[in-house]
Design a protein. Sequence first.
Length: 177
Amino acid sequence: MKEGTDPGVAGGGFSVLDGVALVTGASVASVHIRAIMRDDLTGFGWFLFWGVFSWVAITAAGPFLFLVRRFVRRVADYPKVGDCLWAMLGIPWVVTAAFRSVSSDLTGQRDDLFRTVLSIGLAVACLVALLVVWWKWVMVPPEQAAQTSARPWTNQVGLLLSIAWPVQCGVGMVVIG
């Protein structure tokens, strides 16, 4: 039996490759977060710093998890709606990490390009997530919405990130500065 197809574990469970994808998301977050890190942060500032880092890390892991589970592990019955939404929400973070990693001191056109791409990418991703959640769970009868399975864990996280799209926009504003 192939890995990830165990009938007792919905969605294949958590694997080492999933952990690698989460660590990769954290590396994307560290590229974004280094621009807002300062030595003179207060206690609340450090709390906000780690909150933003964690949110970006989890969101940015989405595309990597999607690729690992879809093409490497080949998990049965994958992807679900939340998995696709998580991957889509993470794409702007992954793409713009390339702009942040090119230079530690973003100035001029490169900084404007970074801000524009991240702003538009997050706006589009959040709008699509909002529309999908709205049409799949809000505009349907309660019986139909209740039939939607939340398994596996990646689908649950993706749905949570999609429902919390305003937080995604706020985190984007913090990172953009």
